[in-house]
Design a binder for this molecule. Structure first.
Ligand SMILES: Cc1cc2nc3c(=O)[nH]c(=O)nc-3n(C[C@H](O)[C@H](O)[C@H](O)COP(=O)(O)OP(=O)(O)OC[C@H]3O[C@@H](n4cnc5c(N)ncnc54)[C@H](O)[C@@H]3O)c2cc1C
Ligand code: SF4
Length: 490
């Protein structure tokens, strides 16, 4: 791309049309798992970059959990240098291609973009993805400067966005980093939760390979708390500090008759079997999943949208059952819109009360009570109220997508790790240090479930504090902050 510096006034910039991210057509995209948004062309990226006003006090930067210099990288795209733009993003964000695809920009940086006051905000996420993809496809990624070895060893438990970010931050500070991961590949929810049509596997694999090039070692199939404990890591294995990044993978299930029937899954299990264990290629791979003909998905959050769209691609007729109405659905509007484009069934104001089974205890029908919404209460939210009217529909698979909690395995094997009443690991909010000396935590394990970028932001904070700890500086420790409640779809 030719460098081009423009001299557009702010008035001229605000008149430029927003560039929509092109999508593959709904009819063809449901036939496979290829990525749905195709990415900006060079011309589109340039046009969108020209919409940024380069605010003196950019609100977008303050709303980014890792503080990316947003106007700075957009300026570099405008100047025709996407490789430099990617490098600029990498100053604070180690996973730009991931974040450009999955971050909820509509609730963070783009929500406060001044252009959005009267117009569509600048497409910050789409531009981030553009720069990151340019870097990947043109091989412009540079190896960062790594500090002299400190001789200190750090164990990171879990290889989701929190673990990967912390691994990067600690490695470039000169520490030796080993990541212990329970499953057989790295990435956490990026690999086993977020579907391939939103986040292709090659992107995560490249980020993991990059870390290994920097010297990070990954130990797979290693469940900390079962095979080795925190104490083992610190005393027997000789690590100087540990970071817990184990996420919030314990699913919530509805407690109604038939919940334990064959063919009833949690969203985590359903997506994990498909994306991590390749269940959709059974019997080539050994973990089957009933992708079924009629899949009933309970809940209407982002994970429910991922399950619905995955089931559709496996040839099923998925239907969403949610006890509130469309307007209360917790999914991001874009996720809901994409699911709606893909010919999925919707049963709003429908509360499942039973899963009816056949003589072999396989689910065959779902029974729901029709709900109605109350007047808004003091919180402004309308509650779903039962009507006493029921309906029954056929289904052969049920997937519950009702939120998750933190897995208790590590706190339950180390009495020094404190949790709040929901099992969320309690940390000092400034340093992410847990109640156990030398052990830090970040990500969903300390929030009960949030977002990729928040997990990364906490991991950066934890890594900075761990570095201080490792080089012998005092780290503050106050554990009164309860960091969160488990994520739930209500
Ligand atoms: C289906 C789905 C879709 C989502 N979509 C989005 C989205 O579009 N955008 C967004 O921002 N967020 C999304 N999220 C949320 C986001 O993925 C999480 O907030 C984020 O992944 C949390 O990162 P983490 O590193 O804390 O944990 P995880 O990503 O959960 O990683 C934890 C890792 O720790 C490993 N582990 C657990 N216990 C142990 C143990 N005892 N020993 C060793 N390893 C262990 C796990 O195997 C896993 O690899 C989604 C979540 C789900 C479930
Ligand atoms: S708030 Fe919007 S216009 Fe201002 S710098 Fe950020 S992206 Fe550009």
């Amino acid at each position: 791309m030719m460098p081009q510096v423009t001299t557009l006034s702010n008035k001229e910039r605000t008149k430029l049309p927003h560039q929509e991210m092109p999508l593959r057509p709904a009819e063809s995209r449901v036939l496979n798992f290829d990525e749905v948004p195709v990415g900006y062309s060079n011309d589109q990226a340039l046009s969108e970059s020209l919409r940024c006003l380069h605010c003196k006090k950019p609100a977008c930067v303050g709303a980014c959990p890792v503080g990316i210099d947003i106007p700075g990288f957009i300026r570099l795209i405008e100047e025709g240098d996407p490789a430099a733009a990617a490098k600029k993003i990498r100053e604070t964000n180690f996973l730009p291609a991931v974040c450009g695809r999955v971050c909820p920009q509509d609730k963070q940086c783009q929500a406060v973009c001044v252009v959005g006051r009267k117009n569509i905000p600048v497409g910050i996420g789409n531009l981030e993805r553009y720069a990151a993809d340019y870097e990947r496809t043109n091989g412009t990624l540079e190896i960062p400067v790594i500090q002299e070895p400190t001789g200190k060893r750090v164990a990171i438990i879990g290889s989701g966005p929190a673990g990967l970010s912390a691994a990067y931050e600690l490695t470039i500070r000169g520490h030796e980093v080993v990541v212990f991961e329970a499953s057989h590949r790295a990435g956490g929810v990026l690999v086993y939760g977020i579907p391939r049509f939103r986040l292709p596997l090659r992107i995560i694999d490249e980020d993991v390979r990059f870390l290994t090039r920097l010297g990070v070692r990954f130990v797979y199939n290693m469940v900390i708390g079962k095979v080795l404990t925190l104490e083992d890591l610190l005393h027997q294995e000789g690590f100087d500090a540990v970071m817990i990044g184990t996420g919030a993978g314990l699913p919530r299930m509805l407690n109604v008759p038939g919940s334990n029937a064959n063919g009833v899954y949690s969203a985590n299990e359903y997506l994990t079997r498909i994306y991590l264990m390749e269940a959709n290629h059974f019997p080539k791979y050994s973990t089957p999943v009933s992708s079924g003909k009629k899949v009933a998905v309970i809940g209407a959050g982002n994970t429910a949208m991922d399950v619905l769209r995955t089931a559709k691609r496996l040839g099923a007729e998925p239907t969403c059952y949610y006890r509130r109405s469309h307007d209360e659905a917790p999914a991001r509007s874009e996720e809901l819109k994409h699911a709606e484009q893909e010919a999925i069934g919707w049963r709003w104001l429908s509360n499942p009360v039973e899963f009816i089974v056949d003589e072999n205890n396989f689910v065959k029908q779902i029974k729901c009570e029709r709900m109605e919404l109350s007047e808004p209460d003091e919180t402004g939210r309308r509650k779903p109220l039962p009507t006493g009217n029921f309906f029954v529909e056929d289904c052969d698979t049920v997937v519950m997508s009702l939120g998750c909690s933190v897995n208790p395995i590590i706190p339950s094997t180390d009495a020094e790790i404190r949790t709040n009443k929901w099992g969320v690991i309690t940390v000092d909010s400034n340093t992410c240090q847990t109640s156990k000396k030398g052990v830090f935590a970040a990500g969903d394990a300390i929030t009960g479930g949030s977002t990729v970028i928040l997990a990364m932001g906490q991991a950066k904070k934890a890594a900075a504090a761990m570095h201080e700890y490792l080089v012998g500086k005092p780290v503050s420790a106050s554990f009164e902050v309860l960091n969160g409640v488990p994520a739930t779809v209500s």
